[in-house]
Each structure stands twice: as structure tokens, then as C-alpha cells.
Design a protein around this ligand. Structure first.
Ligand code: AMP
Length: 394
């Protein structure tokens, strides 16, 4: 068990909380603040326990000068002030006198947010490369380090692994819950345990399939990746997405676990990815030469629902169709509705799928919606996450 924020006396201590405020921002407007909302429990706990709170987060990627303005954390500070209902001092710097003074002037229960940690990536990748000098500098600002950024825990950066290795450390409530739910799901699954995988590429999910195929009872595959599996079974898949390099991997999985892998039996096809083109529903053996299969069809939704209705636990990662376009979103929406009604543990494995579930209004209907994308996938692959490994055990 990892140490948590509860294991420390926070009063009057400078507590660095690494959050994941990597939210979509366009022209200074935040379109989805779920990650900020998810971090409030830990921040409020620190405030209420008299910590001097120093918040850090990355936002987007910073490769060139122009990325600085795009990835300015200031809008997050403003939103955070509203959500916390208290002042958040925003320091538009990642180091220097102004930052040091703000930290030194902090009183118990006050909050500072420092500029995007990835501003340090400009020129040389000090943040992403886990530069020791940078980690030492940031660590010098705090007495205790709390990792509450689950979404970056699969990376070893200066703002997580770097600082954590230099200070007394623990995880926040968000990370604690993610680990509890996801690790427990894999170690003690409620059965039958089904996994629904979608998304574009087989290559992104190889590790997850390899690990979960041994643990889960059923793996239901939709989305672009289904067509590489169908091609491996010698179906004609027309112009659908096929990951040529991984056909052999799919063949191997199908040979060894044929009864566990459930593939689409019908599909919504079109000539191109466009909301204004004619679509048809065809059986998987009837995909035409010029067809692109862009969603699962109604018979597949029914087939998937039969497996899901008898499941006691479901993990879902990846849309089962090109769900950005309305014409190809019906499978993903139907799946969301089926899962929302299940009397089972339902876990959404982060990324685009989490955003879709929340935007469709089903946030409260799932047992757990992970805030991680890559980090969730790596945990499901059975890998250790460096941002978590570095945290001391109790
Ligand atoms: P991922 O990031 O791997 O979860 O993939 C998400 C992407 O997969 C989304 O942008 C979807 O539009 C895309 N996708 C899902 N199903 C299909 C499909 N049948 N054909 C092409 N792209 C798809």
C-alpha cells in the first residue's frame, strides 16, 4: 500500500501537489474541466488541514515558442479559483524569485499554482527528461510531495518521479482511488469479467490484450481494430482500417483464445469518413471492396449486450466506431447506454471513451471513470508506473 496524503501532518508544511490539469483549452476557454474537478478532493483536504499548497501540472506539449501561449495554465488558475471558492495565486514562471517569494509568503491554507511544468521543455527537455537539477530546484520549494496526477504516472518526469525521489511523498485521493479500482479489477475480477476494446489501432492495445486475455472471460472488440482481427480470419474488409503489421498477432490471439474473442458480426459501412455520405449496414462477411467499416452494426450491439448483460464486471476502453461523426456514433452510444444500466462493476478506461461517457451525461452511471489514458492502459497491461513506483509504501 502506498503512503497517502492522509499519512502526513500537513499543518504549515509546504505541500507540493502534482495535479493533472491537462484539460482542453482553446483561446483561453476550457471546454472540459473534469480533470480539474477530479483534483478538488485532494486540494481541499490539503487546504482544510492547513497546508501551504503548491500546485503543479503540465498542459499539452511545449516544443517551440508558439506552444507557450497555447499551453498557458492561467485559465486553469481562474477556473480553480471558482471551483475552490478561494484565491489561487498564479505564478507565470516555473522558477525564479517571483515563485520563491510567493511560496515563502504562503500562509496555512493558501494556494499557489505555478506555470505549466512543460515550459521547462523548451530548448531542452528538462521536465520530460527528468532533469535532476530541475527536480532539485522544485523539491526545494516543498516539504512534502503528493502525486495526484494519475494521467502522467506512466511517465518519469521531473515534476513527478524527480521531485518524489527527493521529498517525503505520498499519493492523493484521485491516484489512490484509480489504483484501488484498476489494480483490484485485475487482481480480483468479479466474474464473468468482460473487456470491451475499441479505438483505431491494434498496436496501441497489444499489451492490454496480451495481459487481459488471460484474466478476462470475454474480450469484445469493436472500432477500427476489429478489422485487423477480421482480416486475420480471412474476411474481406474492403477499405476498413487494417494494421498490417499486427495481423499475425491477431491470428495468434484468435488461435489460442477463439472462444474469448468476440468480433463484430455486422457493421455500418460508407465509401468515406464523412457525415454526409450514404451508409449501409452489412454483415461482416459482406463488406464490399470499396467499403470502410466505421461502426458496429445493430446485430453486433445485440451480441455484445448478451455478453455484457451476464457480466459482473466490465472494463471499456476505446470507441467502437468513428464516433466523432454522428453517422458512426450509434454503436458507441448504444454501448454506453447498455453499460450504464448494468448491475455490475463498470469501469471506463480513460481517454476519449471517458470524455464520451461524460459528455453523453452518463458520468454517474459508471462505477469508475479513469482520468488516465496511457497510464490506465499501462496498468491494464500489468506494467508498473514509474510515477507510482517512486512513492513510498506505508
Ligand atoms: P484510440 O485513441 O485508439 O482509442 O482511438 C480512438 C479513435 O479511433 C477515434 O478517433 C475513432 O474515431 C477511431 N475509430 C474508432 N472506430 C473506427 C473505425 N471503425 N475506423 C476508423 N477509425 C475508428
Amino acid at each position: 500500500m502506498k503512503k497517502t496524503i492522509r499519512d502526513f501532518d500537513l499543518y504549515n508544511k509546504r505541500v507540493i501537489i502534482r495535479c493533472d490539469f491537462n484539460v482542453p483549452i482553446s483561446d483561453g476557454v476550457i471546454s472540459d474541466d473534469n480533470r480539474i474537478v477530479a483534483s478538488l478532493e485532494t486540494i481541499n483536504y490539503a487546504i482544510n488541514n492547513g497546508a501551504k499548497v503548491i500546485l503543479m501540472s503540465h498542459l499539452g506539449r511545449v516544443k517551440e515558442e508558439a506552444d507557450l501561449i497555447k499551453n498557458d495554465l492561467k485559465p486553469v488558475a481562474i477556473r480553480l479559483e471558482q471551483l475552490l471558492n478561494r484565491r489561487v495565486v498564479f505564478i507565470n514562471k516555473t522558477r525564479g524569485k517571483e515563485l520563491e517569494m510567493a511560496v515563502n509568503n504562503l500562509k496555512a491554507g493558501e494556494v499557489v499554482l505555478i506555470q505549466n511544468t512543460r515550459y521547462e521543455d523548451l530548448g531542452s527537455k528538462r521536465e520530460s527528461g527528468n532533469d535532476l537539477e530541475l527536480a532539485k530546484y522544485w523539491a526545494s520549494l516543498g516539504d512534502i510531495y503528493i502525486n495526484d496526477a494519475f494521467g502522467t504516472s506512466h511517465r518519469a518526469h521531473a515534476s513527478n518521479v524527480g521531485i518524489a525521489s527527493l521529498l517525503p511523498n505520498g499519493v492523493g485521493f484521485l491516484v489512490e482511488k484509480e489504483l484501488e479500482v484498476l489494480e483490484n479489477a485485475i487482481k480480483n475480477p468479479q466474474r464473468p469479467f468482460s473487456v470491451v476494446l475499441g479505438g483505431a489501432k491494434v498496436s496501441d492495445k497489444i499489451g492490454v490484450i496480451e495481459n487481459l486475455v488471460n484474466i478476462a472471460d470475454f474480450i469484445l472488440i469493436g472500432g477500427g481494430m476489429a478489422y485487423t482481427f477480421l482480416e486475420a480470419l480471412n474476411y474481406q474488409v474492403g477499405k476498413s482500417l487494417v494494421d498490417k503489421e499486427n495481423i499475425d498477432f491477431c491470428k495468434k490471439i484468435l488461435d489460442n483464445y477463439s472462444s474469448k474473442i468476440i468480433l463484430p458480426i455486422d457493421n455500418v459501412v460508407a465509401g468515406k469518413i464523412d457525415d454526409n455520405v450514404e451508409t449501409r449496414i452489412v454483415l461482416s462477411e459482406e463488406i464490399g471492396k470499396n467499403d470502410m467499416a466505421l461502426d458496429i452494426g445493430p446485430k453486433t450491439v445485440k451480441l455484445f449486450s448478451e455478453y455484457l448483460n451476464k457480466s459482473k464486471m466490465v472494463i471499456w476502453n476505446g470507441p467502437v466506431g468513428y464516433s466523432e461523426l454522428k453517422s458512426f456514433s450509434s454503436g458507441t452510444v448504444s454501448l454506453c447506454k447498455i453499460l450504464a444500466k448494468l448491475d455490475a462493476v463498470t469501469i471506463v478506461g480513460g481517454g476519449d471513451t471517458a470524455a464520451s461517457v461524460i459528455n453523453l451525461g452518463y458520468k454517474d452511471k459508471f462505477s469508475h471513470i479513469s482520468t488516465g489514458g496511457g497510464a490506465t492502459l499501462e496498468l491494464l497491461e500489468g506494467k508498473e508506473l514509474p510515477g507510482i513506483s517512486v512513492i513510498n509504501d506505508k
